[in-house]
Design a protein around this ligand. Structure first.
Ligand SMILES: Nc1ncnc2c1ncn2[C@@H]1O[C@H](COP(=O)(O)OP(=O)(O)OP(=O)(O)O)[C@@H](O)[C@H]1O
Length: 358
């Protein structure tokens, strides 16, 4: 296992990039802990695969270095990096049994037969395929084959890292939850450094200790699921994480007050004068319908989404969502919306600004 350092890293697919816009991966510096479970999360085209390919050695970065522990691996081929990879689609040998598929990476390294047998048994138990070990892989469902791929990715104890590239794409929706949970416990048990690429926030948040949110070739925030929810560092994180995402309002910030089209909102903290495009962000969970406190709101519709209801409304000339707890009636006298002061984020040109005690 290894700590992974990305030093002054950037990548352009063009041979003569002219400016930042030509870089699929903008310059970044990060250290990812040994034994950490990381998810690379972001929408299509934001650079997740590019970054993963640089870490795995499939792609040589146009700038900067990749270190595993203290070793500079930037110029090393994938095979030299001692990593395991699980891809979007299963890679299994159809003519081999499940047992031989799982044992393959260990036999390849001429591990002791007793060790191989024990390890295969252990991994088979973890992926729920103990009873399938003597079956040929041919004819198994895509789910089962992908489980074998996951198991094979995890069978070696001595890898520097395990890289997963959208590994649950082919898995049936009801199996996804089970496999995600299994992966999490495999991480807890084996302690490998794991990097998991996905565009699905549920996958990222359930799997990772640290979620690395990417947007337009940049890491915009690296944090625990809680940090991403409570303090989104960038408006994209606010919008992308959460269901629905954060409400954002254009606002003029003056000291500890935000002026919106519908009225003023007290922020509880002071921001001086903030330059650029300024916005405030509030999660639907922290907006409350009131009978006069806050800014005027027009309720458009109420959606029942199981444990709570979701009110779609309009305030300050913009659409907003409000989570209404179970049991609270949404009556016509709820004319205003107020925001929990300590949950409001202030953004300047999309980046979160920290206030000071007002
Ligand atoms: N081989 C390539 N040559 C040129 N441009 C590329 C190449 N691969 C990716 N890109 C571009 O680099 C950017 C980042 O792509 P990348 O595949 O890393 O994103 P991603 O987040 O993994 O997206 P997805 O989830 O769709 O796979 C995109 O603009 C893409 O068009």
């Amino acid at each position: 296992m290894a700590r992974i350092t990305l030093q002054n890293l950037a990548h352009s697919y063009l041979s003569h990039p002219r400016g930042e816009a030509d870089f699929a991966l903008k310059q970044m510096d990060h250290v990812w802990d040994d034994g950490g479970a990381y998810a690379l999360l972001g929408s299509s085209g934001c650079g997740k695969t590019t970054l993963l390919n640089i870490i795995s050695g499939l792609l040589r970065p146009s700038q900067g270095r990749v270190l595993f522990g203290d070793r500079d691996v930037t110029g090393e081929e994938t095979a030299e990096r001692n990593i395991a990879q699980v891809f979007q689609f299963p890679v299994v040998y159809d003519t081999m049994t499940v047992r031989d598929n799982l044992a393959f990476p260990l036999k390849n390294r001429r591990m002791d037969a007793a060790y191989v047998a024990g390890r295969v048994q252990h991994v088979a138990r973890m992926i729920g395929m103990e009873d399938w070990l003597d079956r040929k892989a041919k004819g198994l469902t895509a789910d089962a084959k992908q489980k074998i791929s996951l198991g094979r990715g995890m069978v070696r104890e001595d890898v520097n890292a395990i890289l997963f590239d959208e590994p649950l794409t082919v898995i049936d929706p009801h199996m996804k939850w089970e496999l995600r949970t299994q992966l999490k416990s495999l991480h807890r048990e084996f302690g490998h450094t794991m990097i998991y690429v996905t565009h699905d926030q549920t996958e990222a948040l359930t799997f990772a200790d640290k979620v690395v949110v990417m947007y337009d070739g940049r890491v915009v925030q690296m944090g625990t699921p809680e940090e991403l929810f409570e303090k989104p560092a960038h408006t994209f994180v606010g919008y992308f994480i959460g269901s629905p995402g954060m409400n954002l309002f254009d606002a003029r910030i003056e000291g500890a007050r935000a002026h919106l089209a519908g009225g003023a909102v007290e922020l509880g903290r002071s921001y001086g004068s903030v330059a650029g495009r300024t916005q405030i962000g509030i999660r639907p969970e922290y907006a409350v319908l009131t009978r006069g406190e806050g800014i005027p709101v027009t309720i458009r519709r109420v959606e029942d989404v199981g444990r709570h209801r979701l009110v779609r409304a309009e305030a300050a000339g913009q659409a907003l969502s409000i989570v209404v707890p179970e049991g609270m009636p949404v009556s016509a006298d709820l004319t205003h919306v107020s925001f929990a002061q300590d949950r409001i984020s202030v953004y300047a040109d999309d980046w979160r600004v920290e206030g000071s005690a007002a």
